[in-house]
Ligand binder design. Structure first.
Ligand code: FE2
Ligand code: FE2
Length: 141
């Protein structure tokens, strides 16, 4: 389930990296829930974290005029729709981990490792351009 790329310092934005790490911790906690109360608490916690994370990521993309903004936001909205359905049907039945694992895999492998990775490449490229030495021709003599 866990993405090999989810380590702090990978995306070029420390807040986003910390949120991704926290998201993995919360996902694991939810999969380990053994009773209805714990499952409900973990699901609400994950839900809140994902909403906050998506909002922060979208704010960052808007601020930097990220060219892939629309497709990325569409992905977030699709995941939120799935998450809403998951939260509405919370139950500790034997197959609960199959459904949650599928959602978490969508979130990590299909979203973080693809859409967030594209954002990460953009952030790193942007940082490299900003920190690059100016051409000598632009430096006053
Ligand atoms: Fe994202
Ligand atoms: Fe993300």
């Amino acid at each position: 389930m866990a993405s090999k790329k989810l380590h702090t310092g990978q995306s070029g934005d420390s807040t986003i990296d910390a949120q991704h790490d926290a998201l993995i911790v919360r996902s694991r906690r939810l999969l380990a829930a053994t009773d209805q109360t714990m499952l409900t608490l973990c699901a609400m916690d994950l839900y809140q974290h994902i909403r906050e994370h998506f909002a922060d990521e979208e704010r960052l993309m808007r601020k930097l005029k990220y060219p892939g903004l629309k497709a990325h936001v569409d992905q977030h909205q699709g995941l939120i729709l799935k998450l809403n359905a998951m939260v509405k049907n919370l139950s500790i039945e034997p197959n609960k981990n199959v459904a949650w694992s599928s959602f978490i895999s969508d979130l990590t492998r299909n979203h973080i490792d693809t859409y967030d990775e594209l954002l990460s490449a953009f952030l790193k490229q942007r940082k490299a351009v900003i920190t690059q030495d100016p051409p000598k021709s632009l430096i006053a003599q």
